[in-house]
Write a protein that binds this ligand. Sequence first.
Ligand SMILES: Nc1ncnc2c1ncn2[C@@H]1O[C@H](COP(=O)(O)OP(=O)(O)OP(=O)(O)O)[C@@H](O)[C@H]1O
Ligand SMILES: [Mg+2]
Length: 405
Amino acid sequence: MSKELIRLKDVSMTFDGETVLDNMNIYFNDKEFLTLLGPSGCGKTTTLRIIGGFLVPTSGDVFFDGVRINDVPPYQRQVNTVFQKYALFPHLNVYDNVAFGLRIPKAASDGEDVIDQSSSKKKKQKKVKLSKDEIDQRVREMLEVVSLKGFEKRTVSSLSGGQQQRVAIARALVNRPKVLLLDEPLGALDLRLRKDMQQELKRIQKQMGITFIYVTHDQEEALAMSDTVVVMNNGKIQQIGTPEDIYNEPKNAFVADFIGESNIVDGIMREDYVVEIFGRRFRCVDKGFEKDEPVDVVIRPEDVDIVDLSQGALTGLVTSVTFKGMHYDIIVDFKGFKWLIETTDFCPVGSRIGIKLDPDSFHVMKKSEYSGMYGDYSSYSAEYDEIGDVEYQEEEAPQEEYYEG
Ligand SMILES: Nc1ncnc2c1ncn2[C@@H]1O[C@H](COP(=O)(O)OP(=O)(O)OP(=O)(O)O)[C@@H](O)[C@H]1O
Ligand SMILES: [Mg+2]
């Protein structure tokens, strides 16, 4: 069983009267890879700074191993940070950059008493200095972990972006923190290197057996790396879960839209396992709503089957087609509401198609403050104008009296 390491309890943060974190409640487990995911300005960095001790929350408490640490300064927390800008010392070589933190005499080498010293009862602090051999051993060990063995003497300016980031990670880990905070650490790297470093970071986290709290606004990155994803918006947690939970069972239209592509339509839950969209009833796998409760219904682009017009539960007009390599993205107009559908069948622009929806292609959500704001691809299709421009005449819609189940 994983053990809770950090907890934010009722944490709020206000700057100049503006609330940027709104009553956050969350815990972080030991040895967990947890990602804070959300759009720019949602409060991710602010959350990290509170955990790191660089900011004191306006209200609420921060606990480490059950001890309240609101007033513990950063250097006394068993937490280190890696930033997007690596902040390496340009005049020092790789070895000395990593060794830097080890050469400063510390109040205690590592371990629990660091926290104790911060409590109101001041103990006499004993400064501990590591021996040269010990420093050497730790630096070499860390360079090995980040795959930079042999780079000891290199200047940091001679390194690639990815290599510099590895140095920054080694430097942050060499003090053996219990938690590493990573604020968009791969943001400056190109896509290919980013993907390699994602795998590297995951391996390093496993190998070191420590907690990573990772910040990104890239949903793919979050899904690929994390044990737990925390989706944030406007200073509030929208959902916490495994990558699979967040993708398959989004809690509201914001999460559904932010994570992957989603068509989100208005629906009515007629009874358990029966949802109505576009005036038509479909079998679904959702239950537990009020009878006739208005709901938001998510249908992922990859969950729509294209069938013969005569077989279609719904029929629509293809208004744009984009070749994506493995599949086509098509935009289909259903009575003025545009869906994104992923298909391996080629459906030319201007054609009418039928679609079939299996019970598990629906995901039903409660109405929320985000209802009606997301999940229509009218504007998305505009991006494809050059491919998708067709004269399309309103065709008489065929009879759409198809019911599933
Ligand atoms: N020191 C500060 N003073 C005033 N406002 C601040 C301060 N720090 C952050 N903010 C505001 O708080 C909000 C959240 O900022 P934060 O940096 O946490 O966002 P973020 O989720 O990390 O965004 P990004 O993805 O762009 O890095 C923003 O509106 C920001 O302008
Ligand atoms: Mg930020």
